[in-house]
Design a protein around this ligand. Structure first.
Ligand code: HEC
Ligand code: HEC
Length: 216
């Protein structure tokens, strides 16, 4: 009994921390139709993200196994809304999301979430080892938190807010870390990824991206 109440207290503490407090987006709660999503994915998205969402092009992210809520959020963030610029800039993806309805987005998210992610392998083992230290332990000296704390030790993430990273292309991950740092990508609520990346060196970003590419 005592142990259970302690766990409950810890869990509610975690939820009251502003970083963890975000409620799932309204659209994220709607359950998509994966078979309808598959039609759009095959006709439009497969050219760049591959039919099953395991992209073979390093600049294009793999989407297979990514959480549906996160995908829906990103697709919305690529769109400029109410005359405001998109919080996530990408010339390619803003053109892709323009014709999509909110329903199309949840259907696509449901489809990709159901696909099996293909495991990857790091190319540079020495660099990946440096990256592992950052991923698991952060950097105490510069107050970089461990990535594992939010993205989970095996990189599978934690829905609805924390995306899956494991096996993602190194080039894509590194581009995102640099974009968060420079606020070219500013769709991270509470600027959590912006704060973290401003504390990281270029070398640390390269190392952790290398490690993530082989993480499973
Ligand atoms: C011409 C190539 C191309 C096509 C076609 C394309 N994408 Fe993308 N997609 C990209 C690139 C490049 C990025 C990375 C953008 C960036 O750097 O932020 C991306 C990013 C994404 C992301 C963000 C992934 C993440 O991990 O944050 C999602 C979701 C996505 N695309 C879904 C789609 C869907 C759904 C379609 C079809 C309607 C589609 N894409 C069509 C190239 C493409
Ligand atoms: C306090 C929680 C937290 C920690 C710690 C954290 N992240 Fe994140 N990260 C997030 C959130 C939330 C997002 C999603 C932002 C959004 O909604 O687009 C994210 C997104 C990302 C993305 C974009 C994924 C994609 O598919 O585009 C990458 C890459 C990333 N984080 C890497 C890292 C790395 C590397 C570390 C460790 C140095 C780290 N994160 C530590 C919360 C965290």
């Amino acid at each position: 009994m005592k142990l259970i109440s302690k766990v409950v207290v810890l869990a509610s503490l975690a939820l009251s921390n502003p970083v963890f407090a975000k409620a799932p987006s309204e659209t994220g709660k709607i359950k998509g139709d994966a078979s309808k999503g598959q039609q759009i994915a095959t006709q439009v998205c497969a050219a760049c993200h591959n039919a099953d969402g395991n992209s073979v092009i390093p600049a294009n992210p793999s989407l297979a196994g990514q959480h549906a809520e996160y995908i829906t959020k990103q697709l919305n963030n690529f769109k400029s809304q109410d005359g405001k610029p998109a919080t996530r800039e990408s010339a390619v993806m803003s053109a892709m999301v323009a014709p999509l309805s909110p329903e199309d987005m949840t259907n696509l998210a449901a489809y990709y979430a159901q696909q099996k992610p293909k495991p990857g392998a790091a190319q540079d083992k020495a660099l990946a080892e440096q990256g592992e230290k950052v991923y698991r332990g952060g950097n105490l000296e510069t107050s970089v938190p461990a990535c594992a704390g939010c993205h989970s030790p095996n990189g599978s993430g934690l829905p609805p807010n924390y995306p899956r990273l494991g096996g993602q292309h190194r080039d894509y991950t590194l581009t995102q870390l640099r974009a968060f740092r420079k606020e070219l990508r500013s769709n991270d609520d509470n600027q959590v990824m912006h704060m973290i990346t401003t504390r990281m060196s270029e070398r640390e970003m390269q190392a952790v991206s290398e490690y993530i590419s082989g993480l499973r």
